[in-house]
Design a binder for this molecule. Structure first.
Ligand SMILES: [Fe+2]
Length: 239
């Protein structure tokens, strides 16, 4: 227990204190994230220790996980009623750009993200670009949102800086996955994360947390003995 407390103390001093986590799967029982409300509350207690100020709950919405807005809102209301701590909870969704995406967008079955609901969090397959990628980006813009691409460093099909730049030129916002910096998704994703960070391409960061065991990893990212940049450095470079 002392070990964990030490990491949390460092995190509070160095990194996540006052920060917003822009990506999480802690809405219980709706996707491959936390299974029950006890796990959600456990993560939120750890977030309190780390000083996290606000967290966006971003459950998956995709063909295999066809969450509907009213159902997500209902579970969100139950979680808020069960949690009385200081971390501010906000609901959005992580939208897979798949064959049903345009229909979902057209019917308004999406939950935007951002202070003014100005962005839409999207993801794609890790291995190949969606056939409708550019069409989807233009469609999102036409609806008045900025696409916020989750974990751009993890997509194997985006190989060069110029390809990332092309997306930035299409008004796509980038969301760093913090655990990429720790090498949790392999060496290539880690190297790309640091390169995109050095280029100033990231707009926000998120944990993409799926279970309580990952909070220790998040707090370790802030440790001064770590080989990676502290979250304080990162937070200074991106919003
Ligand atoms: Fe996610």
């Amino acid at each position: 227990m002392a070990f964990f407390s030490r990491w949390f103390d460092r995190a509070k001093i160095l990194g996540l204190s006052g920060a917003t986590d822009w990506h999480s799967h802690i809405l219980p029982g709706v996707d491959d994230g936390v299974a029950d409300i006890q796990s959600s509350l456990s993560i939120l207690r750890d977030y309190e220790l780390m000083g996290v100020k606000k967290v966006w709950l971003t459950p998956h919405v995709m063909e295999d996980v066809p969450n509907k807005l009213p159902d997500l809102s209902n579970v969100f209301r139950q979680l808020r009623e069960s949690y009385s701590g200081p971390v501010k909870l906000c609901l959005a969704s992580e939208n897979m750009i798949d064959s049903l995406f345009i229909d979902r967008l057209d019917s308004g079955d999406v939950l935007p993200i951002g202070e003014r609901g100005e962005m839409l969090l999207v993801e794609t397959s890790y291995f190949s670009a969606p056939m409708i990628f550019k069409e989807a980006i233009e469609k999102i813009r036409s609806k008045g949102f900025y696409p916020l691409l989750a974990h751009p460093e993890r997509y194997a099909y985006i190989r060069s800086v110029s390809e990332y730049k092309e997306l930035k030129n299409m008004d796509v916002k980038f969301q760093l996955n913090l655990l990429s910096l720790a090498g949790c998704y392999g060496r290539t994703a880690k190297e790309k994360a640091f390169e995109l960070l050095s280029l100033g391409f990231y707009d926000v960061f998120g944990s993409d947390i799926h279970h309580p065991g990952q909070t220790e990893l998040l707090s370790r990212l802030s440790a001064p003995s770590s080989a990676i940049a502290s979250l304080e450095d990162i937070a200074g470079r991106i919003r």
